[in-house]
Design a protein around this ligand. Structure first.
Ligand SMILES: [Zn+2]
Length: 467
């Protein structure tokens, strides 16, 4: 059997304008691999249809452009150029004539290239969308291979072009982000009587992750920090935000936009949970007058666990009684912190330092003493953010950002850290993060549709990123 694929072009009345054979193939045996179209045949077919349609569209458009749009006079040609337009189903060299300005258009430039103006961006929006989306999910090289595998492209798109496109799209999004402010919701806003009843609080966790830098001169400075935030509505809808803190001038605006996109009203309470690091602590303040700020219990208990292990590590060197006593005090310290009893907790930390300090200390004991001292500073600095965790726990209220730990992994680690050889510039990482969070929040396609309203509506499939 021979299969011939033909494109028939008709005018609005149904008269055939033109027909083109675009592709044909043979089927001799019915066997696996020969059922229907192969990928290669599908690619040839799509490419053939695209070529025919695009060239007809361009011819038609240029035909109309030969005459002045204002008076209908034929315009004089000022040379012929070509441009390359990249589409989902192939790149095409298109004729792009330049015309002299018509006499009736005194104020216009002396000449113009209509096609070059209409196709100012030389990549079709849908191709740009796919390139950007996949580059946010998998490495640039894999993106290039994936697109080459499934689309009838003449040659693989280079990683440099992919990176450039990602940056361009992200810059466009950055340009649409509103200005930074000190305070986003004022107390007056939150008291507006026309607001609906405030619902249960929205929970926002903020945490940091680290990315390998390509710009640092030595190993110690080889990493930079990425802040990831995840907000969860009482109904369980989650969205994330991420940025390279050192080069971002609008971190609060980003978090505000995240809350806004989650439908937060000015009078809705928000619970911020963080690891107590200075960067995130300052970020969350002043965002919302009805916000409560909590030190994440996960980070507190982790530090206690580490100190407990250090204590056990002294086993052979230090007196048994001391180790037992430290163990008892650490348990008591955890209990007091769990119940938000800071005065007692700080007193215990002082006591621990007292019993650990000695003139003839082992290295292990010195390390533990240092950890206890640092923990004291950590608790003292964050004391206003330490609630009665036990009470919150019994009331089913959030006490930990463990969900942000997984967000850091999902947003940062999977794309930026997995392969050790991956090195990032702060700018490159920041821009890619903007696309990646949009993809994970399922907002990238609607952003493209906002830019290119003719881009077809197609629901974004649920992304299954294994944890
Ligand atoms: Zn004219």
């Amino acid at each position: 059997m021979k299969v011939r694929i033909q494109v028939i072009l008709e005018d609005d009345e149904g008269h055939v304008l033109d027909s083109h054979d675009v592709f044909s193939f043979q089927r001799t045996h019915f066997q696996p691999g020969q059922v229907g179209l192969t990928l290669a045949e599908a690619k040839e077919t799509l490419h053939g249809i695209q070529q025919t349609v695009v060239h007809h569209q361009v011819d038609d458009y240029l035909q109309k452009q030969r005459h002045c749009p204002a008076c209908g006079q034929q315009r004089k040609r000022k040379g012929k150029h070509t441009l390359v337009y990249r589409t989902l189903f192939g790149s095409f060299q298109l004729p792009s004539p330049r015309f002299y300005r018509c006499r009736c258009q005194e104020t216009e430039p002396r000449s113009c290239s209509p096609l070059a103006q209409v196709l100012a961006e030389r990549t079709a929006p849908e191709l740009l969308y796919l390139e950007t989306k996949w580059a946010a999910l998998i490495p640039y090289r894999a993106t290039s291979e994936l697109l080459m595998d499934v689309l009838p492209l003449d040659h693989a798109v280079s990683t440099a072009v992919l990176r450039g496109n990602v940056h361009k799209v992200a810059q466009r999004m950055e340009g649409e982000l509103g200005e930074e402010r000190f305070l986003f919701i004022t107390p007056e806003d939150s008291e507006d009587p026309s607001l609906p009843d405030p619902g249960p609080p929205l929970t926002v966790g903020l945490d940091g992750g680290y990315v390998h830098s390509c710009e640092q001169p030595n190993r110690q400075e080889g990493w930079f920090e990425v802040i990831v935030g995840k907000s969860i509505t009482p109904e369980g809808d989650a969205k994330c935000v991420a940025f390279v803190h050192k080069r971002d001038s609008k971190p609060k605006r980003r978090i505000f936009e995240l809350l806004k996109s989650q439908g937060v009203h000015a009078n809705q309470p928000v619970t911020f949970l963080s690891d107590g690091g200075e960067t995130v602590r300052n970020l969350q303040l002043y965002l919302n007058p009805l916000a409560e700020h909590l030190l994440d219990w996960f980070h507190v208990s982790m530090k206690l666990t580490v100190m407990g292990q250090m204590n056990k590590g002294m086993q052979k060197i230090e007196a048994r009684e001391l180790i037992k006593d430290v163990e008892k005090q650490l348990a008591s310290l955890k209990h007091h912190l769990w119940n938000g009893n800071i005065t007692q907790a700080l007193r215990l930390i002082d006591y621990l330092q007292l019993i650990l300090r000695d003139d003839t200390m082992s290295l292990e004991r010195k390390k533990l003493l240092k950890a206890v001292r640092e923990f004291g500073g950590y608790i003292a600095t964050n004391q206003q953010f330490i609630p009665d965790y036990g009470d919150r726990y019994r009331n089913d209220e959030t006490i930990t950002t463990s969900f942000v730990e997984s967000a850091v992994n999902q947003v940062v680690s999977k794309r930026f850290v997995k392969a050790q050889q991956m090195r990032w510039s702060q700018r490159g990482a920041h821009l890619l993060l903007q696309i990646r969070t949009q993809v994970l929040n399922k907002e990238l396609r609607s952003r493209f549709q906002h830019w290119y309203p003719r881009m077809a509506d197609e629901s974004e499939p649920e992304l299954q990123l294994a944890a």
